[in-house]
Write a protein that binds this ligand. Structure first.
Ligand code: SF4
Length: 267
């Protein structure tokens, strides 16, 4: 990726968008293989970018567009390569560059408080986490590759350092029993003080290029009209909707902000 030219906005009226934030890519693809995600099927190769290359792009863009003071990383996860991320922070801090940046992040036990502190010092303002469930059983079925404790640690450490945290959840993943859903509600309740917003509480979409689609029989998934809907022993539309309502009720009672419409509000 370092060999690619920086994005060129010449001729595009950026200033009309009333924003001081610019999109950037720290990497492409994703090293993880979550069971519900189409990315591993559509973009199977993960490509990282060096800290120096990202830093040069940031400097290039703020020189060209001086009103830009923040960047949103639109890659699947800005922390896929912690070594380069740490190196990027070093470069920003050494140069005294005053910018803010944010993006999606995967739960990672190696993103410890020392690294998060450095990220904050380098301008990290927000991390958007795909936590998806408070049940270790479901997180494992999702092939997320983290422990629930790691999710709690990442949220707490980031939030305590002043980094905005967004947590996203999937309601009604195949195999999600009442007990698993309860664990999700409990996870949110016990970590509420470290969650700035709940991003989404989506149902699980299944379709081509998705691991679940290829392994639907393994999960006991019964497709409806070529996967426009689906059910399994543990979950169907009625259960999903009912859990969506309880999820929303919990967020309301805890007064946790929401940055997108929730499952129960999409009707
Ligand atoms: S971490 Fe995110 S982008 Fe990567 S495979 Fe999982 S859901 Fe997809």
């Amino acid at each position: 990726m370092d060999a690619l030219a920086f994005p060129d906005f010449d001729g595009f009226p950026l200033e009309k968008y009333m924003t001081r934030e610019m999109s950037i890519l720290f990497n492409r693809g994703c090293p993880r293989k979550c069971a519900y995600c189409s990315l591993p099927g559509t973009t199977p190769t993960y490509r990282s970018r060096s800290a120096q290359s990202i830093y040069e792009e940031i400097k290039h863009q703020i020189k060209k567009y001086p009103y830009i003071d923040s960047f949103h990383d639109d890659s699947p996860a800005l922390n896929s390569n912690l070594k380069e991320l740490s190196g990027l922070c070093d470069l920003i801090i050494q140069d005294g560059l005053k910018i803010r940046w944010s993006g999606f992040a995967s739960i990672n036990k190696h993103m410890d408080v020392i690294l998060l502190k450095k990220m904050k010092e380098a301008g990290c303002s927000g991390l958007n986490f795909g936590i998806e469930s408070g049940s270790q059983k479901i997180v494992d079925k999702m092939r997320k590759g983290f422990r629930i404790e790691d999710a709690a640690d990442n949220l707490r450490d980031a939030y305590n350092l002043g980094i905005e945290t967004v947590a996203n959840f999937i309601i009604g993943f195949p195999g999600e029993e009442e007990e698993d859903f309860q664990q999700t509600l409990e996870f949110i309740s016990s970590n509420k003080q470290y969650i700035s917003y709940v991003g989404s509480s989506a149902s699980c979409w299944i379709g081509p290029y998705i691991w679940l689609y290829e392994h639907s029989e393994e999960f006991g998934i019964i497709p409806d009209q070529n996967f426009s809907g689906w059910s399994c022993k543990e979950v169907n539309d009625q259960i999903r909707n009912e859990r969506g309502l309880r999820f929303k009720k919990l967020l309301d009672s805890l007064e946790i902000g929401k940055s997108y419409p929730q499952l129960s509000e999409k009707k």
